[in-house]
Design a protein around this ligand. Structure first.
Ligand SMILES: Cc1cc2nc3c(=O)[nH]c(=O)nc-3n(C[C@H](O)[C@H](O)[C@H](O)COP(=O)(O)OP(=O)(O)OC[C@H]3O[C@@H](n4cnc5c(N)ncnc54)[C@H](O)[C@@H]3O)c2cc1C
Length: 338
């Protein structure tokens, strides 16, 4: 019987496992994909996200992010992070750094696909292993959340994301968000010769189709080599609760609103720490309340912005309003950054 089994070796699973071994728990990660993992992501690490990595003793290669800029046609507004920078980091670089650190700390890795969970008063059985507790960090469409009957229908706008890396010298040290009537494009510098462009929209379809509307941005990157596209969605996912007996949901598996405000990884790291604290204290029933409290401010702001921007008349006025009220914009950005 091991202490903690973590299903999913993305950022949430790796952070959970690291907090687990730090707390003295024998911890195993089961991940179904081999090698260094990539994923559709804007790759913007907010200052609060970086703070978690620092606490875990992990440094990652990337480019500093000084703030967030909104752009629509000729309108532009910039907000700086007030206490420290964020960082643009490729998911492959993040995964390599986190899994190296986890291995060094003593986390064991198993390649496998967990397809079900059973539990009793003493422990959990899954993927041929038995553990005292299981953390499901198995992503947006969490098979374990579904298997336990915790997935709930999500009300509100449904959106998808698609990301492309373009080989070009970054022209910005902020996350630049370009708004059109139907989609946003998030430009994040991630290396000295690379920017990531993630397009979020309420429609499915390839990168090229969505990118057509971004005239100026498109012209800037036209002709530069790019890597393969990666897509994800629908983004909005809902769970009735994040605890079922000895199983706890962490990261996107716990529920997700939208990538619009870029705090997914930071919240995943925060929840990883809470989940391990609850396991160590043998009080898993506290975790759901603590998760709600940790994520409340982010969920409310993101939900409000997604719902408002789904109305064409409000959407078209968002960037002009932020430009007219830069202090309000700066304050909202900094509410989400820490
Ligand atoms: C387009 C887009 C842009 C985004 N931009 C940002 C951003 O700029 N900043 C930010 O912080 N966040 C951003 N996010 C959110 C961020 O990507 C997620 O919050 C983050 O990846 C969550 O990590 P996770 O570990 O929970 O899930 P994942 O990274 O999805 O990892 C889950 C892992 O579980 C594994 N798995 C699944 N099922 C099983 C199984 N049955 N058995 C074994 N393994 C399994 C998968 O293979 C995967 O490796 C963005 C998301 C999208 C879609």
């Amino acid at each position: 019987m091991i202490d903690l089994m973590v299903v999913g070796g993305g950022p949430a699973g790796l952070a959970t496992a690291m907090y687990g071994v730090r707390a003295g728990l024998e911890t195993v990660i089961v991940e179904r994909r081999p090698g260094t993992l990539d994923k559709a992501c804007g790759e913007g690490m907010m200052p609060h996200t970086l703070a978690h990595l620092e606490r875990l003793g992990i440094t990652v290669e990337g480019r500093p992010l000084r703030g967030i800029s909104y752009v629509a046609g000729s309108k532009r507004v910039d907000a700086a992070f007030r206490a420290g920078a964020g960082r643009g980091v490729r998911r492959t670089a993040l995964h390599a750094a986190m899994s190296d650190a986890a291995r060094t700390a003593g986390v064991k890795f198993i390649l496998g696909d967990v397809d079900g969970v059973t539990q009793d008063a003493e422990g959990v059985r899954a993927g041929g292993l038995r553990a005292r507790y299981l953390v499901a960090a198995d992503g947006l469409h969490s098979p374990i959340r579904k298997a336990l009957g915790l997935t709930r229908p999500s009300r509100g706008p449904r959106r998808w994301g698609i990301r492309r890396h373009v080989q070009i010298s970054p022209w910005t040290d902020s996350v630049e968000v370009h708004w059109t009537p139907d989609a946003e494009a998030y430009v994040t510098p991630v290396a000295d010769d690379t920017v990531g462009i993630a397009v979020l929209s309420s429609g499915r379809g390839g990168f090229e189709r969505h990118f057509e509307a971004f005239g100026e941005l498109r012209a800037r990157v036209e002709g530069h080599p790019h890597g393969p596209d990666r897509a994800a969605g629908p983004l909005r996912q809902n769970a009735s609760t994040r605890v079922a007996g000895r199983v706890l949901l962490v990261g996107d598996a716990a529920g997700y609103v939208d990538a619009l405000t870029g705090e997914g990884m930071g919240l995943a790291f925060g929840a990883a720490e809470l989940a391990v604290d609850c396991v160590v204290a043998d009080r898993t029933s506290d975790y759901d309340r603590q998760w709600r409290s940790l994520t409340r401010r982010y969920r409310l702001l993101t939900e409000g912005l997604v719902r408002a921007s789904a109305h064409p008349s409000i959407r078209s006025r968002l960037v002009p309003a932020a430009t007219a009220l830069p202090r309000v914009f700066g304050s909202a950005v900094n509410q989400l950054a820490y």
